[in-house]
Design a protein around this ligand. Structure first.
Ligand SMILES: CCCCCCCC/C=C\CCCCCCCC(=O)OC[C@H](COP(=O)(O)O[C@@H]1[C@H](O)[C@H](OP(=O)(O)O)[C@@H](O)[C@H](O)[C@H]1O)OC(=O)CCCCCCC/C=C\CCCCCCCC
Ligand SMILES: Nc1ccn([C@@H]2O[C@H](COP(=O)(O)O)[C@@H](O)[C@H]2O)c(=O)n1
Ligand SMILES: [Mg+2]
Ligand SMILES: [Mg+2]
Length: 241
């Protein structure tokens, strides 16, 4: 939802900044890399110490690089497959650091095994949610569903809650309860999203297999038949197991 509605707004706001970086000779890849390093530092230095306000401030400054890098690449006309790969791969690293930071806090001084497990669940389910789309698309399916809680929602829900929860250290009473609430919401939302995407891939793959079988029943005799785990290009998928 945010990806659909908020992206256009942030594209307008960030375009002049992206243009400035290009004029300064900065590359989109450098922005991707520095942004990820900043998010990791904010999450893994501040969150395990319980410094949620400052951690969120640092992360927020750097996380928007994920909208700037693509904007720069498009403005300069240098969008590339490598850039798309780097962007998506480092998204996973940044997400791992954010939810890993929460888990480290609860495993340590936050001292709450259940919330530590919920944070780990958010981390793992978020990665799997993204993987479903990447793998579905790699086997030639449209994966025409985004689902309830995409990456932008995972980040906004958890970071807004973490930033506000961090105000507890400045004397705001009771506000620290927001972080556990947000983690539970992200956990349940990610599970729902995972189910939505798996159901979609299941339906789309059945439809694609049926269409393929109807189109070329004779061409795919026993010798030429694709193995069930073959991808769209006919490779048998051995390499990625
Ligand atoms: C006194 C109060 C103190 C509080 C301080 C805290 C304030 C700030 C708090 C939070 C700010 C959070 C900002 C989060 C911004 C997230 C931006 C972002 O990076 O979004 C990424 C997203 C996806 O980009 P990609 O297309 O590059 O990534 C794809 C995606 O990862 C796919 O994953 P999947 O969805 O499938 O799981 C992958 O499949 C794919 O491979 C990958 O390429 O970009 C967008 O979605 C664009 C929209 C961004 C919308 C940002 C909205 C920010 C809204 C509010 C922020 C300000 C809130 C301030 C609140 C203050 C509270 C007091
Ligand atoms: N270093 C990069 C980063 C991104 N791209 C291109 O932008 C697309 C992602 O756009 P976002 O607005 O979500 O950042 C990505 O698919 C690439 O096409 C790039 O080329 N180099
Ligand atoms: Mg990006
Ligand atoms: Mg990204």
């Amino acid at each position: 939802m945010l990806n659909k509605y908020a992206r256009a707004f942030f594209t307008r706001v960030l375009t002049p900044f992206a243009a400035l970086l290009l004029r300064l000779g900065v590359s989109p890849d450098a922005v991707t890399l520095i942004g990820t390093a900043g998010v990791m530092a904010g999450a893994l230095v501040f969150f395990p110490m319980g410094e949620f306000f400052w951690g969120t401030i640092v992360i927020t400054v750097f996380v928007f690089s994920d909208l700037v890098d693509g904007n720069m690449a498009r403005q300069a006309g240098i969008s590339s497959r490598w850039g798309a790969f780097l962007d998506s791969t480092l998204d996973r690293v940044a997400d791992g650091a954010i939810f890993g930071g929460f888990a480290l806090w609860y495993a340590g001084r936050g001292d709450d095994d259940i919330l530590c497990a919920v944070a780990i669940f958010c981390l793992a389910s978020g990665q799997v949610v993204s993987y479903t789309k990447a793998r579905g698309e790699s086997i030639g399916l449209p994966v025409a569903v985004n689902g309830l809680v995409e990456r932008a929602e995972r980040l906004v829900i958890s970071l807004v809650a973490a930033g506000l929860a961090g105000l507890h250290k400045f004397g705001v009473p009771g506000i620290d309860v927001l972080l556990p609430i947000a983690l539970w919401i992200v956990a349940v939302g990610s599970l729902v999203t995972l189910i939505q995407r798996v159901v979609t891939v299941r339906r789309e793959s059945a439809e694609a297999d049926a269409a393929e079988a109807a189109a070329a029943p004779a061409a795919q005799g026993p010798a030429g038949a694709l193995r069930p785990d073959a991808d769209a290009s006919g490779r048998d998928g051995e390499g990625d197991r």
